[in-house]
Design a protein around this ligand. Structure first.
Ligand SMILES: CC(C)(COP(=O)(O)OP(=O)(O)OC[C@H]1O[C@@H](n2cnc3c(N)ncnc32)[C@H](O)[C@@H]1OP(=O)(O)O)[C@@H](O)C(=O)NCCC(=O)NCCS
Length: 205
């Protein structure tokens, strides 16, 4: 979510992402400047919880810097490179998720997520992940969705596994994706189109 300057060899999505992506309980949509204050307050009230995220190295940001970040995400969206989105439950912003074109492989897209600490333990990240996978596979060019989590991040790795992803490799974390408290080694998970369970919504009804 912090890497908003994808390399020039990365191909954009052919079709734009859906404006709103829904699960049974969650709504995921692109963040814009109207969301800046809510996002800002949510991040600042979760600083310790979010230390494992790459962007934590740049926190605490000012509200003006948060607006700059939003500009970058909106530009990524417009360029077909995916982008960071908010997760809403009952109209309240509870975290972030997103689909990101980070790999040079044109058939691959990556999911990232974080939640308000007070919203952990309810399956919200797993549901958001599956809603995003569903959207990703609406794009014929996408064959595989990935999640990368620091080796020490057991909750994130459990979410990936809960959503049906399988652990495929371990590798050094790219420098721009390292976090203040990570091991600098990441577990890479993937979910291939043919392994996706289209009945996933039943798990969250
Ligand atoms: C990673 C993170 C998003 C995971 O949040 P989470 O709430 O644990 O994730 P899930 O959505 O998978 O929810 C799983 C929990 O909800 C419970 N749950 C309740 N209903 C559920 C349902 N229908 N389906 C799945 N799980 C459900 C599970 O039993 C599990 O509870 P447990 O952890 O007490 O065993 C969160 O810990 C976080 O924001 N961490 C800091 C940032 C971070 O690490 N981001 C990822 C970077 S790679």
């Amino acid at each position: 979510m912090s890497d908003r300057h994808p390399r020039s060899d990365i191909e954009p999505l052919v079709e734009p992402l859906a404006e709103v992506i829904r699960g049974p309980r969650v709504a995921i949509r692109r963040l814009d400047h109207d969301d800046a204050l809510a996002l800002h307050e949510l991040v600042l009230s979760n600083l310790d919880h979010l230390m494992i995220m790459p962007f934590a190295a740049h926190e605490p940001m000012s509200l003006a810097e948060r607006h700059d970040l939003l500009d970058g995400w909106m530009s990524d969206h417009a360029r077909g490179l995916g982008g960071a989105m908010g997760i809403w439950v009952d109209g309240e912003l509870v975290g972030m998720s997103g689909l990101h074109r980070r790999s040079a492989r044109p058939d691959e897209i990556e999911i990232g997520y974080w939640l308000d600490e007070q919203r952990e333990g309810l399956g919200i990240a797993a549901e958001a992940t599956l809603a995003l996978v569903d959207e990703a596979f609406n794009h014929p060019q996408v064959a595989v969705v990935t999640i990368c989590a620091d080796l020490s991040n057991h909750r994130s790795r459990a979410t990936a596994e809960r959503a049906g992803f399988r652990w495929v490799s371990t590798r050094p974390t790219p420098p721009e994706m390292r976090s203040p408290i990570g091991t600098d080694v990441e577990a890479v998970y993937e979910l291939r189109r043919d392994a996706f369970d289209p009945t996933w919504r039943q798990r969250f009804a």
